[in-house]
Design a protein around this ligand. Sequence first.
Ligand code: 5GP
Ligand code: MG
Length: 183
Amino acid sequence: MHDDIEKVLLDEQQIIAGIDKVAKQVTEAYRGTEFTVVSVLKGSCVFASDLIRRMPIPLELAFVSASSYGDGTTSGQLDLNFFPAEGEIRGKRLLLVDDILDTGKTLSRLKGELMKRGAAEVRSCVFLDKPARRAVEYDADFRAFEVEDLFVVGYGLDFAGRYRNLPYVGSLKKEAYAGLVDG
Ligand code: 5GP
Ligand code: MG
């Protein structure tokens, strides 16, 4: 285990079991329809790549980027960058895939923007859901795990840009926050 991790909340086996389950639900929901998985960078790249490889149906892949400025563990100003061309959005059924649904601001804004750009439908699938933290009304259509109100890293989730490559989800030791926030 990494020195900065206090506790592992989800290990690799648990993660894979949860993704297998949600991938089956998504597969059945979209079987026979054309759709595009829209991975929200950077955090969802690990989840999205494991998820789509467990969905044996035709799909397309696109990316958007959402960054929340504000250091540390609370979200601040949200900045959206769109990479899909208009033709990849207009008239399409889209499945937003994100690492974690927290206040709900990111996914509800992304959904609004995609609908404004002509998407036919926008649903979402999240790796983690923290329902206790919701600030806007937004629910994911699919989720792999519900987690308690605790800041977590790993499996795509970062703190100050680090820890995305951990193969598990864990909480950080206090020293790890202090070193980066104050330093
Ligand atoms: P929301 O807009 O729903 O508040 O937040 C979504 C974004 O906040 C996530 O994509 C993620 O970047 C960040 N976030 C929220 N909770 C956590 C957490 O526990 N750990 C990490 N690393 N990021 C989080
Ligand atoms: Mg994110």
